[in-house]
Design a protein around this ligand. Structure first.
Ligand code: 5IU
Length: 245
């Protein structure tokens, strides 16, 4: 699927929800996925913690993603030299996974080296406390400027992971983690920061524990979709400037 398909999928399924299913138990993983599939545009994995996702089971998941129309994103956070990340991505592409997150601190050459089939979301800042990107030294102005530059110049780059709206034309997808519907929990015990879901152009809410630890994951996923539907015009507005929202 191309980046354009991502937009079409959001339009068609009327949801910007990305389910981050950091669940280590196979049965729980598939039960929650089946409940939430109609309400998500993408499923975000950490394939090393979803260790059952190999061979036939991975193939089954990929078939399932086509049938129920969601994109699979491996949250791989690549951060190596060009040759190494090319090889790493190639192995995952062989297994049918094409969408990845990647750090951009490695620079242009390393990013250009990804296989042409790779679709990348560049990590332009992080949601966790004490992150170098925002809390230790504020690297955001440089990271956002560079991310945009990479988006324009490197065809594999289709979007960002960010707490901010890095507007670009043609439009990018912004994955935004650190989201909870009911903002009574503002942090976890390990430095994660949470915000309420707000709708801005191209922003997809990346939600993990708020859904998979809920008593009724399906109901919560449905609530996110409802919120999107209510304000969906905002998501499709063509950005006009480069301000951060
Ligand atoms: N994730 C973040 N913050 C980031 C990046 C990735 O939370 O800055 I880059 C991932 C980690 C986890 C998911 O897989 O998004 C969020 O999970 P919870 O909604 O359970 O906090």
């Amino acid at each position: 699927m191309s980046d354009l398909d991502f937009f079409n999928l959001v339009k068609k399924k009327e949801t910007n929800l990305v389910l981050s299913l950091d669940v280590t138990n196979k049965k729980d993983f598939f039960t929650i996925l089946k409940q939430c599939a109609p309400y998500i545009c993408a499923l975000k994995l950490h394939i090393e913690l979803n260790s059952f996702l190999k061979g036939k089971t991975l193939k089954k998941l990929i078939c399932y993603s086509k049938k129920y129309e969601f994109i699979i994103i491996e949250d791989r956070k690549f951060a190596d030299i060009g040759n190494t990340q090319h090889l790493q991505a190639q192995e995952l592409i062989k297994k049918g996974i094409t969408h990845f997150t990647s750090h951009c601190i490695t620079g242009k050459k390393a990013l250009e080296s990804f296989p042409s089939e790779a679709k990348l979301f560049l990590i332009s800042d992080m949601s966790c406390e004490d992150s170098f990107f925002s809390d230790i030294i504020d690297l955001r102005p440089i990271m956002h400027k560079k991310s945009k530059e990479y988006f324009y110049n490197i065809p594999q780059v289709i979007g960002f992971v960010s707490q901010y709206s890095i507007f670009t034309y043609p439009r990018s997808i912004i994955l935004r983690p650190g989201i909870r519907l009911h903002n009574t929990i503002k942090k976890d015990s390990k430095g994660q920061n949470y915000n309420k879901p707000t709708l801005s152009p191209g922003v997809c809410w990346v939600v993990g524990r708020d859904i998979y630890q809920a008593q009724n994951p399906q109901k919560v996923a449905q609530q996110y979709q409802k919120l999107f539907k209510k304000n969906k015009k905002k998501w499709f507005i063509k950005p006009t400037n480069t301000s951060y929202v």
